[in-house]
Design a protein around this ligand. Sequence first.
Ligand code: F6R
Length: 627
Amino acid sequence: MCGIVGYVGRADNGHQHKALDVVLEGLRRLEYRGYDSAGVAVLADGEVFSAKKAGKLSNLLNELEENPLPESLTGIGHTRWATHGGPTDLNAHPHLADGGKLALIHNGIIENFAELKEELLAKGVTFLSETDTEVAAALLADEYQADADLEPKIRLTVAMQRACQRLEGAFTLLAIHADLPGVVVAARRNSPLVVGLGDGENFLGSDVSGFIDYTRRAVELGQDQIVTITPDEVVITDFFGLPATGKEYHVDWDAAAAEKDGYPSFMEKEIHEQPRAIRDTLLGRTDANGALILDELRISESILRSVDKIVVIACGTSAYVGQVAKYAIEHWCRIPTEVELSHEFRYRDPIVNEKTLVVAISQSGETMDTLMAVRHAREQGAKVLAICNTNGSTIPRESDAVLYTHAGPEIAVASTKAFLAQITAAYVLGLYLAQLRGNKFADEIRVILDELSATPAKVQEVLDREQEVKDLAASMKDVESVLFLGRHVGFPVAMEGALKLKELAYIHAEGFAAGELKHGPIALIDEGQPVFVVVPSPRGRDSLHAKVVSNIQEVRARGAKTIVIAEEGDEAVRAYAEHVFYIPQTPTLLAPLLATVPLQIFACALATAKGFDVDQPRNLAKSVTVE
Ligand code: F6R
């Protein structure tokens, strides 16, 4: 939520980068984090110049074309997902203070802004916007003025330290001051911020895509840290001025990975990257004998052997991964596994202890609800293992261990390739635990791993037939409601299919456990109601297939138009479906990696047919950094 960029450069560093260009390029890449407004501020000739506009970044670009800002080597930029105050020009960031000499941008929520505002109003400060950010700007200006005798170089840093000591909540703040060309001061608590290291220039970003065009050297900052960047220096302290350090790392993808690569949208590109995302997530996780090795898990084998309960915490799409993980882990490892939405887990006094393994699943690694749940679980003595796609993000840093997915940057707001990569990582974790705890023999694990290794090619087969799904979506562009049914691992797939359709096409969509149908939801079925049904393999156990075929008949008898996702060779479903989309054969537990793909393509194509922006759906943001 909210994208933040900062830049400082030296005139003679040979790059000839201009602050405004760097900042706007960063905002373009970070716009997926919020698109309610965008704004920039630069320093030139001892003054702050700023521009901001409600709506997408393109509105700001038009404004800058009409009213250009002066050239500069110091700048900050912001793209907003509105919290306090609606998405208007006035509420857009940057917010100015100190008579227009200080500009500040913010990601997060300042919880004690009301009392600070009262205090500042009493001092005669006036406010133009409804935001908590303007209060932070005024507080920073107040602290800056309070120490007029300090050496100019450190005055803004000290003011930031003091302001942060008073702020409560979640915030990343970036500030520039007219007195200090070549300096950007930033702070972070519970919100993301990374530093990009350049040569005669330095960068700040909500994540590395904010500066990936210029450097792949990044520094991960810790909680409650302040960083001051100049063209030649990066100085990190805590909120009390004590020296602190960040962790430098190399970004293993480049700017090309964050481009559309000829696809009409990032979402389509990312759907097509899924075979690679699964393959890369499996890469390097087995030894020469085919046994799983997870060196990166920093939790000892004896602790993992003693785990008596697993709790998966996550939100949204990542939580559906948790449901798939539950089926796989319980089946393979016989460890009771619960799945809970992070925001519910955190506030219901959950029973976790030293024998609980909490698995936190998050693409971004920054979801505030999941981060808070991680902290809560650790306070109760549980070990936390993160499954995460974003190197250097907060959730893995605050967890005991991390299993990174290697889906590459996911830019489209709706998650696709991260979903399949997370499911893959969850399978790897389940098989690793089964190996470690002796629940499965090595040859049994190898058979499943071989099946898993075959899935990227099978996903590709599904993608090769995408036109079939796109045509179906185009023919259904005026439907008002779509239902999704599934059983077993098909249930979370149905939920995911419905979520994608809600997010992208803004139509009513619901996913149900097929067995639940006759306990209520079947009342929704009316003549012509489209119902997607995810059918398990007929080769599977427990007559699961027969049960789902019965469910199809039940809805059809009441007028539903059924669209069935079934395994190749499953001729039994043909008689009951208006449309069948066949996926390659795979074991039931692994089927979500294939069955989800046509549902993603369907949602994307239907939204496109309705003329919606699939990369930036309304009201959403990629990384939900507020509770
Ligand atoms: C849906 C979607 C969201 C995220 C959720 C959690 O397409 O993207 O539901 O899955 O906000 O985000 P992460 O995985 O970053 O914690």
